[in-house]
Every structure is written in structure tokens, then in C-alpha cells.
Write a protein that binds this ligand. Structure first.
Ligand SMILES: *Cc1c(COP(=O)(O)O)cnc(C)c1O
Length: 279
């Protein structure tokens, strides 16, 4: 599909549900809708229980539901999509002064999450068919700039280590994820999927005709549950992964890296409190 065909499909989809936007009458793309849900009774239940903060049954239930819906083995709910991205990068070993390859078409949070770790966003262009990062552009760019030094992948132009790639599923439209994975695997780079806008979007599996949820082809995927996303928790985000080790590390990092203990506060590294509140 070329970009005009994709745009027309989006516009026709909007028109097919009886909305005809104009500049004077634009569509509110991010208007949360709670009618017909039990949202207020759940909020009341939560307040009455006293468990409003970072632990509580609703967070666990929410994580289980995300696992069930997407097919992910692990889900860690956090306080927003940006924190989810930063945790995914942190758990993938992205460090101060590294470079992370990202597409230029995304919300600013994708590059901010890289910068929050002291790393540098390195932009590689998108493709017309998916609006996601172009596998051809990624392959060409890496061939051109990369060299190996002490077992590390170095950008010859800057001298910095390239440590990960983030694919973004723009407007819930899946990127060409398997082709991107072929390239990141070849160079031994972590592939993170920014599926902030893509809850309910699926890729076709490479090996059979089944589908696989966005976020599960790469090493780690993230969602946002901000008020303008597919579903909302007020503010919120989540990380999904099938890798137990990474899930455990992300949960640890999202909980101020505190070692489990009944009374002692021992934190084995610097980390944030990123958890989603029960409320
Ligand atoms: C919304 C969004 C984010 C960030 O999510 P927040 O919950 O707002 O922090 C990251 N990436 C993309 C592509 C987004 O659309």
C-alpha cells in the first residue's frame, strides 16, 4: 500500500462511521468514553479499600488482562508510556552516551525516553507502506556507519555505541517488524516496539498464519494508557515481554530497585518509582 492509499483508507474508515470532519468541525481524537462501563464503581471500590497507591489487586488484574489479551507471558503496569519506554531501554542495557535508533515519525516521548538515560536518539527514516521505520533504510544506515570495537557496535561517525532500535507502530498501524528484527538480529541489537498507540494491533506471524500482537516480535513492547490512547487508566503504561529475565528486571527497576525484604530498605541501584497506582 502506498501512503496515499493508507491515508485514504483511514479517512474512509472515519467517514464510514458517519463522521465527516472539516477544519471547522475537527474530530476529537482523544475523548475518553466511559458510558456503559463500571468505571465509577471500580474507582469507589478502590477508594473504599484504602489501596489507592502502587500495590493492589486492580493493578495485578490489569496486568493479567493485558497478558490474556495480547498473549504476552509478562506484563508490568507503570505510570505512563514514556516511563515504559525508558524502563525497556534501561533493562536492555542502554547506557549514558549510547545511541538508540528510532524513527522520526512518532510522539516526542520516543526520543525523550532515550535522552532520559543520557543516550542519543539516532533517526532512521520511515517507509511509505507502514509509516514505520524502513527496514531498507535501517540496513543501509547500519552497513554504512557501523564498526565493531572490543565486541561493541560503534557508530564510526560519532564513536558512540549503538545499543538498541525502537520500532514505532504509528496510529496503531503495525510496522514491518519481522524485517526490522532480521536486521537487528544480524547486528545483535535489542529491538523494542513502541506500541503506545497499538493495543489491539497484530502482525502476521512469520512462521504460520496466526497473528502476533504488536510488541511481542521484538524483545520488549510498550503501551500507553494516557487519556488519548486506545484505552485509558487516566495516565498509565505497560511493558510486555516473553522474556522472564527482562520482566523481572523491569519490575525491579520500576520499584526503585528495592530488594524484597520485610523492613530493610536496600536499593541495589538508582531507579525510579514508575509503578501504576491501584486507583
Ligand atoms: C503516547 C505515546 C507515547 C508516550 O506515552 P505517555 O503515556 O504519554 O507517556 C510514546 N510513544 C508513542 C508513539 C505515543 O503515541
Amino acid at each position: 500500500m502506498n501512503s496515499d492509499a493508507l491515508s485514504n483508507q483511514i479517512i474512509n474508515g472515519i467517514k464510514s462511521i458517519g463522521i465527516n470532519p472539516t477544519f471547522k468541525n475537527p474530530i476529537a481524537t482523544h475523548e475518553p468514553f466511559f458510558q456503559g462501563t463500571n468505571a465509577t464503581s471500580y474507582v469507589n471500590d478502590c477508594i473504599n479499600s484504602g489501596w489507592v497507591s502502587s500495590t493492589g489487586k486492580w493493578v495485578n488484574k490489569f496486568e493479567d488482562e493485558i497478558c490474556k489479551f495480547t498473549g504476552a507471558k509478562h506484563c508490568i503496569a507503570v505510570n505512563n508510556g514514556t516511563a515504559a519506554l525508558r524502563l525497556a531501554l534501561h533493562a536492555s542495557g542502554v547506557k549514558n552516551n549510547d545511541e538508540v535508533i528510532i524513527p522520526p515519525l512518532s510522539f516526542v516521548a520516543t526520543s525523550n525516553a532515550v535522552s532520559h538515560l543520557g543516550a542519543y536518539p539516532h533517526f532512521v527514516d520511515i517507509e511509505k507502506d507502514t509509516y514505520g521505520m524502513s527496514p531498507e533504510a535501517l540496513a543501509t544506515r547500519l552497513e554504512k556507519i557501523v564498526s565493531f570495537k572490543d565486541g561493541k557496535l560503534i557508530n564510526k561517525l560519532t564513536g558512540r555505541r549503538i545499543s538498541a532500535v525502537i520500532a514505532v507502530h504509528v496510529f496503531g498501524n503495525p510496522a514491518n517488524t519481522y524485517s526490522l528484527l532480521d536486521i537487528t538480529s544480524k547486528w545483535n541489537l535489542t529491538l523494542i516496539e513502541d506500541a503506545a498507540e497499538a493495543l489491539g494491533s497484530w502482525n502476521k506471524r512469520k512462521t504460520n498464519s496466526e497473528r502476533i500482537h504488536c510488541g511481542l516480535i521484538g524483545d520488549i513492547g510498550i503501551f500507553s494508557f494516557n487519556g488519548n490512547k486506545i484505552i485509558t487508566t487516566g495516565g498509565g503504561g505497560a511493558i510486555i515481554t516473553n522474556e522472564s529475565y527482562k520482566a523481572k528486571l523491569i519490575r525491579h527497576l520500576s520499584t526503585t530497585a528495592k530488594q524484597p525484604h520485610p523492613w530493610a530498605f536496600f536499593h541495589d541501584q538508582m531507579a525510579w518509582n514508575d509503578r501504576m497506582p491501584n486507583l
